[in-house]
Design a protein around this ligand. Sequence first.
Ligand SMILES: *Cc1c(COP(=O)(O)O)cnc(C)c1O
Length: 521
Amino acid sequence: MVSNKEINNNAAELDGMLKRMHEMVIQRKCILQLSNIIFVNVKEGQDLHSVVNYRSPSELYKAVDLALPELGTGVDGTFDLIKKTLDYSVNSWNPRFMDKLYAGTNPIGVISEFLLGVLNGNCHVYHVSPVLTLMEVEVTKAVGQLLGMGEHANGLFCPGGSASNLLAMVTARNYLYPSIKTSGYIPRPFNPTADYGKLKVFTSAHCHYSIDKAALVLGLGTDSIVKVPTNEKCQMRVDELERLIQESVERGETPFFINATAGTTVMGAFDPIRSISTIAKKYNCWLHVDGSWGGSAIFSQTVREELGWLDGSGQADSFTMNPHKLLGVPLQCSMVVSPHEMIFPKANTLAADYLFHGNPYDLGAGTIGCGRRPDALKIFLAWKFYGSDGLGQRIDRALQASADFTDLVRERKQFELVADPSLFCQVCFWYVPKEIEEQVQTWKKDPQAWKTKMTHVIHLLHERVNHSGDFLVDHAPLDNLPHFFRIVINAPTVNVHRDLGALLDAIEDASKNITWNEISL
Ligand SMILES: *Cc1c(COP(=O)(O)O)cnc(C)c1O
């Protein structure tokens, strides 16, 4: 049981727990070692062999005591639970965790989370988080400037990319059609005096679903989303964008928001931002760039100066970036930046005098929430630690590893790339088991059979690979294609031959253990 005496001695209690956490996390489970850039590895024999000790929910209920007690269990009971949590969680320090767009963090990432925990600050008003507020102001300005948004660049942190996209859309709507803030959304022809018809959003067919969700939350409805077709490189087709906008205008609707994706979630495509911005200006639309995944690539000099994937970002009205994905900053860390001065409070503020007393540094006024976690601190510290140069090198390394892994996949028999070369830091492919090679050739003649049957094959293989605990990878859909493996190359510790070659071996081994001829496909 926890006594009041213990409760009042916070400093001593924290000290004791930190020592235990140190033993448990640093010495037992994860060795945190800093070498030239980033180095984090898993102890237990630098154990690459267990990303997760996978358990089904019912098994996990048996393994971990998840009952909530009436009487507190104190340090010992809580630390038993912490140990179990480490034992049965995904170890994202392992570079073979390649399932999602984020990877494990790094030592300065853990320190930044720790500092946030100690401070327990809140970034709604300046006077409760003065330093954290200025960090948010400075880091959003610096990111905006890196994107070419100029001296007035500013922004806000949101709890994730989806929330950043939502804030961008609500800001655009409130700014362009401010009457909606008070009177609600009543477009022409229902409201003949309205200065807008049915509001429409344009985004590529490969965009993230958070764009649809934002329209849903705003009360525009998902039918207000127009999905623009993509070209062979999975980028939004600008000619189709303009054609669809014209058609919408002819129907009496009001196109107001264009979303360009910088790094699509499945394939990693970058929409052509500069040409899209020309269309946005022509039709008086707000241009948002969803760079949740690929936006951070701006830190790479190669991307900025040679590849030009983010060219035109300075023309955007808002831009989402998630340092918690490509930059290894701990979850969550997402921001939306804009070149327009004070745009977020201008569009979103309400008179809540009990909280906001008119200080322009009270950043919460620009959000759609109230209290906010000071996530800016985490990218701020990472940037101080590594420099923009170091963050850029992380991107370059991931791009090189993705290209090398693509070569590896291309050379292996039975593997078939979805995009060759890979578009960004995801490598996508199918595996065609030799035993059913001929069948697969016949499926390919019928798009529906090819899609459903090959999807089944991939799901079977995927399940075996993931349940082994040696790797965590994902499968993904795209257009009318069968699902395929999507391998995300992000962890700076990933080694092409040791880890990625081994993954291809693991897929081959999984296939060998399936008697394909006995499965009805
Ligand atoms: C991951 C992702 C999002 C959503 O970000 P969350 O932080 O998970 O909410 C939005 N857009 C794209 C393109 C993404 O890849």
